[in-house]
Design a protein around this ligand. Structure first.
Ligand SMILES: *[C@@H]1O[C@H](CO)[C@@H](O)[C@H](O)[C@H]1NC(C)=O
Ligand SMILES: *[C@@H]1O[C@H](CO)[C@@H](O)[C@H](O)[C@H]1NC(C)=O
Ligand SMILES: *[C@@H]1O[C@H](CO)[C@@H](O)[C@H](O)[C@H]1NC(C)=O
Ligand SMILES: *[C@@H]1O[C@H](CO)[C@@H](O)[C@H](O)[C@H]1NC(C)=O
Ligand SMILES: *[C@@H]1O[C@H](CO)[C@@H](O)[C@H](O)[C@H]1NC(C)=O
Ligand SMILES: *[C@@H]1O[C@H](CO)[C@@H](O)[C@H](O)[C@H]1NC(C)=O
Length: 346
């Protein structure tokens, strides 16, 4: 076997060296784009805390209107370090509606503006007409967001399954750390600040509790009678015992919930609720019908029974203060004209 002459080795070395040099310089030209894309996308996704933000971003109106941006960042109320003022600063009002609930929803926005003048209101668009979107965007303190239907299973788009509600609660709670969920029918009589001390005593969670026992008759019929038996099975709850146990089965309102982040609220309520909402067989078992089953509200009642039994009792609950702050008025009305801070774009 003949070895190649030295001159050939040299030629090879030169060719390889030259190509490497070309490759390196080409790579350097590409490199800056790669290194800066990554950190900037991270910092973009991190919400920064600002004392106020212009509501009129990208708008031409001369009047600059400000609302108090919520203070962001970690909170676990189980750690007991947050005071009421800090909590109130974090709190964001969250609602969602489709076109047929727009007039009704003007009431929650109007009364929120009135009782909590600088409080941020996040509205999820579940299907609004173009004009309505512009109208809602013009309201003071309101941020309108599209619901990300394309990120979820198809059944979520069926609004009558109500998965959207636990999903929105999960998204916004993790984003802001403290939210008040209100259906379009909610009316505020006083500031939500009044509720915070009571919520603090119960791991950050608060809803109105209509009753604690399916066997006790009240003007509002217990959730037990509006929950599909298959949902009990799915959540592994003995339905007979749920009915029989004394004062252990709170019927909570899903249409008005104050939720401050805590490890308890996350692990015992929100995560199980979202898990249920992501499975059609759980939130809407086969044969579920409006009027016989209450979807997200049924799931909430069963999950609280399962995971937080006796946290609230007929003697220890916050119904009185809750009723002082919040009312419900269903139906469309022209009574409420929310304050506008931004010119409508046509
Ligand atoms: C803002 O002003 C610019 C230039 O004057 C105009 O082209 C644009 O349409 C205006 N935008 C709105 C939302 O009014
Ligand atoms: C909510 O609490 C959980 C449990 O402590 C924590 O992991 C999470 O970061 C908290 N989220 C916010 C927004 O504070
Ligand atoms: C619930 O929130 C968590 C934390 O932000 C997120 O990772 C998860 O994807 C959310 N779940 C759903 C179903 O949106
Ligand atoms: C509740 O109402 C039902 C039917 O109206 C009645 O049969 C039952 O005795 C009542 N229970 C109590 C505890 O009053
Ligand atoms: C459900 O609970 C009832 C009453 O405690 C009991 O008799 C029954 O055996 C339980 N059913 C199951 C499937 O565990
Ligand atoms: C009500 O329950 C909470 C949570 O268990 C507890 O911290 C509080 O002391 C109770 N209040 C009364 C008056 O029993």
């Amino acid at each position: 076997m003949k070895t190649p002459p030295c001159s050939m080795h040299l030629a090879f070395a030169l060719i390889i060296g030259f190509s490497l040099g070309l490759l390196l310089s080409a790579y350097r030209r590409v490199l800056p784009h790669c290194t800066c894309a990554y950190p900037s996308s991270i910092s973009d996704s991190r919400p920064t805390s600002r004392s106020s933000v212009p509501l009129t971003e990208g708008d031409n109106s001369t009047k600059k209107v400000h609302y108090d941006a919520p203070s962001r960042g970690y909170i676990d109320i189980d750690e007991g370090t947050t005071n009421i003022d800090q909590l109130y600063k974090k709190l964001v009002i969250v609602t969602a509606f489709s076109q047929n609930h727009f007039k009704e929803a003007q009431g929650i926005i109007f009364t929120a503006q009135k009782t909590m003048p600088n409080k941020k209101i996040v509205v999820y668009d579940l299907g609004l007409e173009k004009d309505t979107k512009e109208e809602v965007k013009s309201y003071c303190n309101v941020e309108l967001r599209e619901f990300p239907f394309n990120m979820y299973p198809k059944f979520v788009s069926n609004l009558l399954v109500y998965s959207w509600k636990p999903i929105i609660i999960n998204i916004t709670l993790n984003e802001f750390g403290a939210i008040y969920w209100g259906d379009a029918s909610v009316r505020f009589k006083k500031s939500l600040k009044e509720l915070l001390p009571a919520a603090k005593r119960h791991h950050g969670y608060m809803a109105l509790i209509h009753s604690f026992d399916p066997k006790v008759n009240s003007s509002i019929i217990h959730q037990y009678f509006y929950t599909h038996p298959e949902m009990f099975k799915f959540l592994n709850i003995n339905r007979t015992r749920y009915y029989a146990e004394k004062n252990s089965s709170p019927h909570l309102t899903a249409n008005r919930q104050l939720i401050i982040n805590s490890s308890t609220v996350q692990s015992k309520i929100i995560q199980p609720l979202v898990e249920c909402a992501m499975q059609l067989e759980c939130i809407s078992p086969e044969g579920s019908k409006k009027g016989e089953h209450r979807f997200d509200a049924s799931a909430l009642a069963l999950i609280v029974y399962k995971n937080l039994k006796h946290e609230w009792t007929p003697e220890n609950n916050s119904n009185d203060i809750f009723n002082e702050v919040i009312d419900i008025h269903r139906g469309n009305t022209n009574r409420y004209k929310p304050k506008q801070c931004r010119r409508k774009h046509q």
